[in-house]
Design a protein around this ligand. Structure first.
Ligand code: DX5
Ligand code: ZN
Length: 216
C-alpha cells in the first residue's frame, strides 16, 4: 500500500522557508503540502503564488497544493505555473467541479478533490474515476492545530468502498489533526497520504517525526 507523508507548510517558520525546504529535502517526506486560503471560502488568509514559486526553487519534493478558495477555476493555470504537482480543490467551492477537474488535467498535473467534514462523501461519486486523489478533511478547513474529528474513519470507509469499485489507484489523503496516535488507524482504514502540520513542525526533531509517521 502506498504511504506518503505530506508535511503542511502552514505550521513552518515563515521567516526561514529556505531552512524548511532543506529539512524537507533531507527528510523522508515525499510531498510538501501547501494550504492556500482566501479569507472567503475559509475564515483565514495564508499565502499565494509568490510563496509557492519561491519554495519551488528550493524544495525538490512534489508540491501538494490544497486550495481553500472560491472559484478555483479562475486560478488553476497560475497554480500549475507556480509549481504545483498535485492541485486539490474543494468540491463545495465551485459551481462546476467537472470544469475544474478538466482544467487541472489540461495543465498536465495531478488532480485532487476535497470536501469538508460536513459534506457527504456521496457527492464525490461522479468524480472518483477522474481524479488522482481525494482529500478528506478531518477538521474544518481554515486553521492548523485543530483536533481530529473521530467520524473521519467512517467517512474513509465509505470513500474506500467507492474507490475500490470505481478507481482503485485513486489515493486517499487525510488533512487535519493527524498524530502518531491516529496514523496507524488511518492506514488500517486505507488512507495513503497523511498531511501533518503541527505534529511535524512542533516536534523536537521534525525529520524523525516524519519517519515515525510513515512507520506508524
Ligand atoms: C487546515 C489545513 C491543514 C493544516 C493541518 O485547513 O488544510 O493542512 O495545515 O494542520 P494540522 O496538521 O496542524 O492539523
Ligand atoms: Zn491542507
Amino acid at each position: 500500500m502506498t504511504k506518503i507523508i505530506s508535511p503542511s507548510m502552514l505550521s513552518a517558520d515563515f521567516g526561514n522557508l529556505q531552512a524548511m525546504c532543506e529539512m524537507i529535502n533531507a527528510s523522508e517526506a515525499e510531498w510538501l503540502h501547501f494550504d492556500v486560503m482566501d479569507g472567503v471560502f475559509v475564515p483565514n488568509i495564508s499565502f499565494g503564488f509568490p510563496v509557492i514559486e519561491a519554495v519551488k526553487k528550493h524544495c525538490h519534493k512534489m508540491l501538494d497544493v490544497h486550495i481553500m478558495i472560491v472559484k478555483p477555476e479562475k486560478y488553476v493555470e497560475r497554480f500549475a505555473k507556480a509549481g504545483a504537482g498535485m492541485l486539490t480543490f474543494h468540491f463545495e467551492a465551485t459551481e462546476n467541479p467537472q470544469q475544474v477537474i478538466d482544467l487541472i488535467r489540461a495543465e498536465g498535473i495531478k488532480v485532487g478533490i476535497s470536501i469538508n467534514p460536513d459534506i457527504s462523501v456521496k457527492v464525490l461519486e461522479p468524480f472518483i474515476s477522474q481524479v488522482d486523489m481525494v482529500l478528506l478533511m478531518s477538521v474544518f478547513a481554515g486553521f492548523g492545530g485543530q483536533k481530529f474529528i473521530e467520524d473521519t474513519y467512517n467517512r474513509v470507509d465509505e470513500l474506500k468502498e467507492m474507490i475500490d469499485r470505481l478507481n482503485p489507484t485513486c489515493l486517499i489523503e487525510i488533512d487535519g489533526g493527524v498524530t502518531l496516535e491516529n496514523a496507524p488507524k488511518l492506514y488500517a482504514h486505507g488512507v495513503n497520504v497523511l498531511v501533518a502540520g503541527s505534529t511535524v513542525y512542533n516536534a523536537p526533531n521534525p525529520q524523525q517525526m516524519i519517519i515515525d509517521l510513515k512507520n506508524a
